[in-house]
Design a protein around this ligand. Structure first.
Ligand code: ADP
Length: 395
């Protein structure tokens, strides 16, 4: 029996999932929130039921103990289903981690050395690792990095045309993100199409609150839209995506913006939110359908950016076999998929409106039978991918 515990840790919360890898089925999942605040909360889900309670949780170690109590009280019993490995999501692996890594002192030090590249995420991921290791001291722990899948990108894809000395000193280059999702979805695509991954060219559109695209050739990432940080690329819920960097100089000189204000503006006040007044696609869609011109314009910018990347990636991989939509918006918003692929019959892309509009939770084909390029919706599952990679790492 191969049981894996997957942990995704933030600075004051963590999510967990216990997965039976023989069936790739989730046995339980949960969330510990508001760690370090006066009243923390613990939510444990299993067998279709949700159990929530409040607790005093000063740190992550105590959070994992509270998680254990949830398993004891509501099941499944960890004595009956003991995890053989704990897999941790780690946001930034820089140029040090090309694959998942079994955690030891050296790996911990490397994750710490990469904090300047992910100042919010890597420290939070480390707290989760430390807490989980306190509680599962005898179990191997594995770090699965969001950046690792993109380490196959060429230097031509990865380097910015910045003074090379400055770039080197500050480790400025494209690292990409969402790698766990892009890897999972491109592999599931090969499985769905019953094609050899080595032979398949896929363009994955991970369109959620955070959004990025990836050109995958033979199972390897050759280009992705997020950059040194997850800010670059597509328009997102609250992030700008691509922007002329001189805009920052302009806002600083003319608008008196400080570095922190710019950071806040670009990451938290822009994107769909900045364009339309709402960062949530369901709201934006509703407003646009009701005739709100600001929402319609925001969606036009959003869609245009995706098409811009789609064209570039088609050329990069020399024509794709499959275009694949995933994540909250990509999986659910049929209108967005139709808008992105509108008028691309000349390229060999023909959507089936019926297939596109019939809702489903499963991987599915949404292109017409006579579309030369397959168009699919493949639900992402980052926890399952972390579990797969964690098992492989200890094998
Ligand atoms: P995150 O990046 O936080 O993981 P998700 O992948 O969960 O984000 O995507 C969240 C986005 O998906 C939100 O903008 C939400 O409005 C959108 N979304 C969820 N369901 C639908 C739907 N049925 N139609 C359109 N958008 C949807």
């Amino acid at each position: 029996m191969s049981i894996v515990l997957v942990v995704n840790s933030g600075s004051s919360s963590f999510k967990y999932q216990l997965i039976d890898m023989d069936r790739e089925a989730t046995l339980a999942s949960g969330l510990v929130e508001r760690i370090g605040e006066p009243v923390a909360s613990v939510t444990h889900k299993t067998g279709g039921e949700t159990f929530a309670r409040e607790a005093d949780i000063p740190d992550h170690t105590r959070g994992f103990e509270a998680m254990l109590e949830g398993f004891e009280e509501h099941g499944p019993s960890l004595a009956e289903f003991p995890p053989v490995v704990v897999g941790h999501r780690v946001v930034h692996g820089g140029r040090r981690f090309f694959d998942a890594a079994v955690i030891d002192g050296k790996v911990l030090q490397d994750i710490e050395d990469l904090i300047p590249l992910a100042p919010l995420h890597n420290p939070a991921n480390l707290e989760g690792i430390v807490g989980a290791r306190d509680v599962f001291a005898e179990t191997p722990h594995v770090a699965v990095f969001d950046t690792a899948f993109h380490t196959t990108m060429s230097e031509a894809s990865s380097l910015y045309a910045l003074d090379a000395e400055v770039a080197k000193e500050h480790r400025v280059r494209k690292y990409g993100a969402h790698g766990t999702s892009h890897k999972f979805v491109s592999e599931e695509t090969a499985r769905f199409l019953e094609r050899d991954l080595d032979q398949l060219k896929t363009i994955v559109l991970h369109i959620g609150n955070g959004a990025s695209m990836c050109a995958v050739d033979g199972g390897r990432s050759v280009e992705t839209s997020m950059g040194m940080t997850p800010l670059e690329g597509l328009v997102m819920g609250t992030r700008t995506g691509d922007l002329d960097p001189a805009v920052l100089v302009h806002l600083s000189r003319r608008g008196g913006y400080t570095i922190d204000q710019l950071d806040d503006l670009l990451n938290r006040k822009s994107g769909l939110l900045g364009l339309t007044g709402s960062g949530d696609m369901r709201d934006v869609r509703q407003k646009a359908n009701a005739g709100d011109e600001r929402a319609q314009l925001g969606l036009a910018v959003y869609t245009h950016r995706i098409r811009h990347y789609l064209g570039a990636y088609m050329l990069l991989v020399g024509g794709a076999d499959a275009i694949v939509f995933t994540a909250g918006i990509g999986e659910n918003d049929a209108q967005l998929r139709a808008d992105v692929l509108e008028g691309l019959e000349w390229l060999g892309v023909k959507l089936s409106p019926e297939r596109n509009e019939s809702p489903s939770r499963d991987a599915r084909r949404i292109s017409a039978d006579d579309s030369r390029i397959e168009v699919l919706v493949v639900p992402t599952n980052e926890e399952l991918e972390i579990a797969r990679q964690s098992l492989a790492a200890i094998a």
